[in-house]
Design a protein around this ligand. Structure first.
Ligand code: SF4
Length: 217
């Protein structure tokens, strides 16, 4: 079975998931965002915040902010060195201190998101993810009996969540898994190994090979 077929099978599995059962598991563990900002800022070890954002999501954020592609997204850093290289997908752009470019903080330390209504699927579903092959981090510990629903370490876990919110979160988790797998399938279909000259970066996504400013090569 080739990689694309394996991903397509995994996408079928994601489509068949019961939203109600996922919501049961989310309700059982409980979650409410405390606005601590931990999922939007640089990591404790000094690594920049790195969250996947897909081309359509970049364009949505561009429309909202009227910013350039570069202001919204940067090449996923894995595989890229000081001398350039090729990489897969995009990460939300960061500030000089490594926080997400859209993170804001009140004087009392309460975190916020300046693009909350249009934030990417990975942000909408944090700290949860589904352990399906071909989907992205963060994964974290299993929190259901099948080991499919994962929860990343987060201080908002364990707080009560009402049924409607749990159902919304479950539906968005499914949508995210299906989107990630569709992106991965389309990326594989279009991928052709690039050999970027020194100092340049090529980003492969579901729409083909691109420059770091999002323009197609
Ligand atoms: S887009 Fe918003 S929710 Fe997502 S990491 Fe940035 S500040 Fe946080």
């Amino acid at each position: 079975m080739d990689d694309r077929q394996a991903l397509a099978d995994e996408r079928d599995r994601a489509r068949a998931l019961s939203t109600a059962e996922l919501a049961d598991a989310i309700e059982a563990i409980g979650f409410s965002c405390t606005r601590c900002g931990a999922c939007c800022t640089a990591h404790d070890d000094g690594e920049d915040h790195t969250a996947t954002v897909f081309p359509e999501e970049v364009r949505t954020l561009q429309e909202t902010t009227e910013d350039s592609w570069n202001d919204v997204a940067r090449p996923m850093p894995y595989g890229v060195s000081e001398t350039g290289g090729e990489t897969f997908e995009w990460a939300l752009q960061t500030t000089g201190c490594g926080d997400c470019a859209f993170y804001t903080e009140d004087a009392d330390g309460t975190g916020g998101c300046t693009v909350h209504e249009d934030r990417p699927l990975i942000c909408q579903t944090y700290p949860f993810s589904l352990a399906l092959s071909g989907t992205s981090q963060p994964l974290g510990e299993p929190v259901d009996s099948d080991g499919l629903l994962r929860a990343h370490d987060c201080e908002g876990l364990g707080r009560s969540i009402d049924r409607d919110k749990a159902l919304d979160l479950a539906a968005t988790l499914k949508e995210r898994a299906i989107t990630e797998l569709t992106e991965a399938i389309e990326l594989l279909e279009r991928y052709e190994r690039a050999d970027p000259p020194d100092g340049s970066v090529v980003v492969h996504d579901s729409e083909g090979a691109k420059r770091p400013d999002g323009s197609k090569i």
